[in-house]
Ligand binder design. Structure first.
Ligand SMILES: NC(=O)c1ccc[n+]([C@@H]2O[C@H](COP(=O)([O-])OP(=O)(O)OC[C@H]3O[C@@H](n4cnc5c(N)ncnc54)[C@H](O)[C@@H]3O)[C@@H](O)[C@H]2O)c1
Ligand SMILES: [Zn+2]
Length: 349
């Protein structure tokens, strides 16, 4: 069973383990008992995952004599609000949770972000354990400690860095994930390989169809590799400094596409388009190897990920949105390019 240890650069953070294995969820009560001594566990999830996995986990925890509760909300980006956070906090007060309570974030990235933020604010901060159940959450959202909700002024504008005590990924839970969600997460896998590892990118090229067919061994391999890449980058730079920025490859224009479509496009799909836009620009400027750009396009297309701007959206519209981006400093914006597959560079736009 691969276990990655995330070593935080800042000494006061102890780092945490990321365990990836098929069938891990059933073993969770035993693992929690062995590794931690929390007074109570609160599973936070959405109503879909509650039905698929949450109820069973609650039963298993209680069967192991662990004090546990299960709270859920509607599975939608619209749930990512302070209102949902307040409702969950109130449920925790009613259930007499104390500082020894630990939140289990069981679900996709939405659950991870909300539950993580709830844990970061309950009585000024209690432990959280991330148990991601989508490919996107396993490869991206559950690692790195970013938590939060949306504001009417923009996505993810309210939040906190709150590192989990541990991350448990059960690859078997991906069986019930819709195809569209697999592709959504797979875009981030391709991104990670492109910025960091040409061997891993080759592996994806060779195994693409097996990945999309969810061959368990291959899924485990790509989750492990992608998690390793993110954990490695984040460990070097826990608070969004220079290195962490390279994870934003494809994201600057990707975010603009999401905004232009009022978030009626999934994140991974928008990132796929974002990678294509920046690759074209980089090739044009002589900053990216043309053949490598073509390999990325080919892999995205084989994965049925979009490579062109959706109908009705123009580049000029995206450029306007970029001017409003929260990450713009002194009128300039740093953007990530991939000069060759496996390497990333930061350029100014
Ligand atoms: N914190 C971070 O670093 C970070 C990084 C990337 C994305 N995010 C956030 O993550 C969110 C997107 O996450 P997501 O793509 O996982 O979406 P999601 O949480 O909405 O999950 C997608 C859908 O899959 C369902 N689902 C979850 N697990 C399932 C399973 N095992 N079987 C069947 N269905 C299942 C959910 O109910 C939901 O309907 C966004 O809000 C984004 O801002 C955060
Ligand atoms: Zn992303």
């Amino acid at each position: 069973m691969p276990v990655l240890t995330l070593i935080q650069e800042r000494k006061k953070d102890k780092g945490y383990k990321i365990t990836i294995s098929g069938g891990l969820l059933a073993k969770l009560p035993k693992k929690l008992k062995k590794q931690f001594n929390h007074s109570k566990y609160v599973i936070i999830t959405d109503t879909t995952v509650r039905r698929l996995l949450g109820k069973k986990l609650l039963t298993d925890l209680r069967a192991a004599n662990i004090d546990a509760e299960l709270f859920s909300f509607k599975p939608s980006e619209e749930s990512k609000t302070l209102k949902t956070v307040e409702t969950l906090l109130n449920k925790m007060f009613k259930a007499r949770c104390d500082r020894g309570t630990c939140v289990i974030a069981l679900g996709g990235g939405i659950v991870g972000d909300i539950a993580g933020f709830v844990a970061s604010t309950y009585m000024r901060g209690i432990d959280v354990i991330q148990v991601p159940t989508t490919l996107l959450a396993m490869t991206d959202a559950a690692i790195g400690g970013k938590t939060g909700v949306n504001s009417k002024f923009g996505k993810n504008l309210i939040g906190a860095f709150h590192q989990p005590k541990a991350v448990f990924m059960d690859t078997e839970v991906l069986k019930s994930l819709p195809d569209e969600e697999i592709r959504n997460g797979y875009a981030e896998v391709i991104k990670s390989a492109a910025i960091r590892s040409k061997q891993f990118f080759k592996f994806l090229e060779r195994n693409n169809e097996k990945i999309l067919a969810r061959k368990p061994r291959i899924l485990k391999k790509i989750i492990t590799e992608t998690a390793r890449i993110k954990a490695d980058i984040v460990a070097k730079d826990a608070k969004e400094g220079h290195i962490r920025m390279i994870l934003n490859y494809g994201h600057t224009y990707g975010h603009a596409v999401e905004k232009a479509l009022k978030f009626r496009i999934q994140h991974g799909y928008a990132v796929s388009i974002g990678m294509e836009i920046i690759n074209k620009m980089a090739v044009k400027e002589g900053l990216m190897n043309k053949k490598h750009a073509a390999r990325i396009t080919a892999l995205l297309k084989r994965s049925s990920l979009p490579t062109r701007l959706p109908k009705g959206i123009k580049m000029s519209q995206l450029e306007k949105l970029l001017l409003l981006d929260k990450k713009r400093v002194n009128g300039k914006q740093n953007i990530i390019i991939v000069p060759r597959i496996g390497t990333a560079a930061i350029v100014e736009l």
